[in-house]
Design a protein. Structure first.
Length: 111
């Protein structure tokens, strides 16, 4: 909770460089949520690359059980979406957590 420690500020240039290396190719993104301890979930979007998952963006979600909310998922997806090239071809992999109607409608709009 240190306001001086802003992960996205220092990590975003790295993410942009990773995404730029895939320009013209297909972006294979993995969305996953995992329970971490009591009352916390870790929601992440990662780039699938050479049998690895490279985290691009993540957030901690206060939740004791179940899936993260559609709002949280959309916030993370919108952040990554604005970093991708306009003509990016994206294959998005997620489990049932990504099944909210709001999320699916937004993904449809983005093609």
């Amino acid at each position: 909770e240190n306001p001086e420690f802003r992960v996205r500020d220092w990590y975003e240039p790295i993410v942009k460089q990773l995404l730029a290396q895939r320009a013209g190719g297909e972006y294979r993104l993995i969305v996953d949520g995992s329970k971490v301890g009591f009352g916390h979930q870790f929601l992440v979007i990662a780039l699938a690359y050479r049998h690895r998952a490279i985290p691009l963006a993540w957030m901690w979600v206060l939740s004791s059980r179940g899936h993260s909310t559609a709002g949280r998922q959309l916030a993370l997806l919108r952040y990554i979406y604005q970093l991708l090239p306009v003509d990016a071809r994206v294959l998005l992999l997620g489990d049932s957590q990504l099944g909210a109607v709001e999320v699916l409608k937004q993904l449809d709009e983005w093609h």
